[in-house]
Design a protein around this ligand. Structure first.
Ligand code: PBG
Length: 344
């Protein structure tokens, strides 16, 4: 029975077993904290959280990102300390993003599959230090290309699909070789999940999972992240590969394709302006659904909190709980460490 029918029968047909409207008092179950705990439908736990972290070259570096107060680019040595702290707080998984120096960027992002590249070295070091933590690596070219796009570009500025997928495949395999538990293609090229799955299997990485950024929208909410990585596109925008914010059915099409191609987890990104999409994707699949509470969503809360205009802790918990209620099993969020501390 749909919930609409439940509501209707409860209010329109009073009888002995179905008390009249005036005696139905939903507030009874909200009266005390213990009662509210008993009937609470969704619970945010530290197990739900994936912590996106930024790694940079060098040593002894911890540089705060201006538009993301409380988030840092860490050099590997300090990143390892930070990850150990997160693991001790109960965080199970991190998503790794590299800050690549301009001198290592080129038009085709060759640094992305360097076996001794920043990401590959970082994954190896994390796996040596804290082998149990789930390490998720990003598969997209934007941190590595001089033009800042997620794919290869032709002389007219067109983003090339199939040649890009060939590079993404090399990148994913090199990350798996370094020890990544999960690779996460965030590029939105067509057919990349299938190509990556095939290549991982052929190389013997049958246990490396794929977290697919399936419904990733061309969003203004990514602004602060592009500051963090210095990866804003030098020309044009990402609208020929990332999705139009006005579309919902198309998200289901993308999700269905990624599942057919072998995704283990599907993701919706951003989260807060796309709760309806999370809800529909939840209903469309039995795979775990992830949502990315992106940099702009983080920055808005931090900015308002710094101005003293909102109650930051309560807003964070309400926001993340809403993303769960919409249907996400997992949330990538820059609030992960703060929330882990709050939930302790
Ligand atoms: C790029 C990528 C982006 C984010 C994650 N991977 C930005 C983009 O698509 O331009 C954004 C994350 C955030 O805003 O927090 N492949």
């Amino acid at each position: 029975m749909s919930s609409a029918n439940n509501v209707e029968s409860a209010v329109s047909t009073p009888n002995d077993r179905n008390p009249s409207l005036t005696t139905i008092r939903p507030r009874r179950l909200r009266r005390t904290p213990a009662l509210r705990r008993m009937v609470r439908e969704n619970h945010l736990t530290v197990d739900d959280l994936i912590y996106p972290m930024f790694v940079m070259e060098g040593e002894g570096q911890k540089v705060e990102i201006a538009s993301m107060p409380g988030c840092y680019r860490f050099s590997l040595d300090l990143l390892l300390t930070e990850i150990a702290e997160c693991w001790n707080l109960g965080i199970c998984a991190i998503a790794l993003f590299p800050v690549i120096s301009e001198t290592k960027k080129d038009d085709t992002g060759t640094e992305s599959y360097n076996p001794e590249g920043l990401v590959q070295q970082t994954v190896k070091a994390i796996k040596q230090n804290i082998p149990e933590i789930v390490v998720i690596t990003d598969v997209a070219l934007d941190p590595f290309t001089s033009h800042g796009h997620d794919g290869l570009v032709d002389e007219n500025g067109k983003i090339l699909n199939d040649p890009t997928v060939e590079v993404l495949v090399k990148m994913a395999v090199s990350q798996a070789a370094a020890g990544a538990d999960m690779v996460a293609p965030s590029d939105m090229m067509d057919g990349r999940i299938g190509a990556i799955r095939k290549a991982l299997d052929a190389a013997g990485y049958i246990d490396t999972a794929i977290l697919a950024y399936s419904a990733k929208y061309a969003s203004a909410y990514y602004g602060p992240f592009r500051d963090a990585l210095d990866s804003a596109p030098k020309f044009g925008d990402k609208k020929t590969y990332q999705m139009d914010a006005a579309n919902a059915r198309e998200a289901l099409k993308e999700v269905a394709l990624d599942i057919a191609e072998g995704a283990d987890i599907v993701m919706v990104k951003p989260a807060l302006a796309y709760l309806d999409i999370i809800c529909q994707v939840r209903e469309a699949t039995n795979l775990p659904v992830a949502a990315y509470n992106v940099s702009g969503e983080y920055a808005m809360i931090k900015a308002a909190a710094q101005l003293g205009w909102i109650d930051e802790k309560r807003i964070i918990l309400e926001t993340l709980t809403s993303i769960k209620r919409a249907g996400a099993d997992l949330i990538l969020t820059y609030f992960a460490k703060e929330v882990a501390l709050m939930l302790k």
